[in-house]
Design a protein around this ligand. Structure first.
Ligand code: AKG
Ligand code: FE2
Length: 311
């Protein structure tokens, strides 16, 4: 393993509690809220953006006209077999080959978690209504990214370099659908960081926990809002700045269900640099190359799905 593969130190993780304990023991994170108004991201409080960057999570109102129903249906159905009814386009995704790296159906051995990952070049394969939702979530995530880059003081003419052109909508936009199998006696997911820049998450149920300022907090959804969190690429970029952006460790507690009750589901857009790009750190008003995106992504992804107690 070369030196750059070990760029990020391993961190010990707390044990993942089960769902019952999660609700009982961990107070809710007090998240900032923002809305999109006239194409701008506007926080309810004046220092909202700074607090959101420090906490690593915030809530944003789902913009008017964005229809989450097709995504909700795909998250609930992708793992099921087709039965010959009107939901068939949303089903049977275990067996579909999707071209490209890190894409398709995944059964996470150590978790309740199973996923369907589809990058924007393949959204035409998805059922009606999902691609427009993916584009709307992407646009929202890019608005967040640009607001943060401006907020931390990175000059506009450096954005394309430091984000490997994601700021110009040329990176990876990955839709990720999550289903947590309540019948499997494991954690929901491992505690992890998302590896990219910005994640926009649609969740309608508690179960997500995050380490914020060293304390485990529950990150519960608020109706009509997406949950936004920041990824490692943004944390590395800003780590030498006076107010670094946090890619906080988070994960999903074990989900328990009474028979006949639907399992927990969620979905997210991950905004990542293209795999041919470079991770940078911003220091002395200059972009410093740190590691290739391909290596960085491999390291971060491998740490997300193993069964160790560190990241
Ligand atoms: O389901 C959730 O609440 C979070 C899922 C998550 O962390 C992820 O997909 O990376
Ligand atoms: Fe995540």
């Amino acid at each position: 393993m070369n030196q750059s593969m070990t760029y990020r130190d391993r961190v010990p993780l707390p044990p993942m509690p089960d769902e019952y304990e999660a609700g009982l023991r961990y107070p809710p994170a007090n998240l900032e809220r923002a809305q999109v108004r006239a194409g701008e991201l506007v926080f309810d409080r004046e220092d909202g953006l700074q607090r959101a960057c420090a906490q690593g999570f915030f809530l944003v109102g789902i913009p008017e006209g964005v229809n989450t129903d097709p995504g909700d249906t795909l998250a609930a159905e992708f793992h099921r077999d087709r039965t010959g009814d009107h939901l068939d386009p949303f089903r049977g995704w275990r067996d579909v080959e999707i071209p490209g790296d890190y894409q398709g159906y995944f059964d996470r051995e150590h978790d309740q978690w199973e996923n369907l990952y589809v990058e924007s070049a393949n959204w035409h394969l998805l059922p009606p209504g999902v691609a427009p939702l993916g584009h709307a979530m992407t646009d929202l995530g890019l608005l967040v990214l640009c607001s943060v880059l401006r907020g931390v003081g990175i000059p506009r003419d450096a954005w394309a370099t430091v984000t490997s052109a994601l700021s110009e909508k040329r990176g990876h936009q990955m839709l990720a659908f999550n289903h947590f199998r309540s019948t499997k006696d494991t954690r929901g997911s491992k505690f992890h960081r998302d590896s990219g820049w910005v994640t926009v998450l649609r969740s309608t149920e508690p179960g997500l926990l995050a380490l914020i300022d060293g304390e485990l907090r529950s990150v519960d959804p608020v109706p009509g809002h997406f949950i936004v969190n920041f990824g490692s690429s943004l944390e590395v970029l800003t780590e030498r700045l006076p107010a670094p952006v946090r890619a906080n460790v988070h994960g999903v507690a074990h989900t328990r269900r009474a028979p006949g009750t639907p399992d927990r589901t969620s979905y997210a857009i991950f905004l990542d640099s293209a795999l041919g790009g470079t991770i940078h750190r911003w220091e002395d008003n200059t972009a410093h190359p740190v590691q290739s995106v391909a290596e960085f992504a491999e390291q971060e992804v491998n740490r997300t799905y193993d069964d160790t107690t560190h990241l």
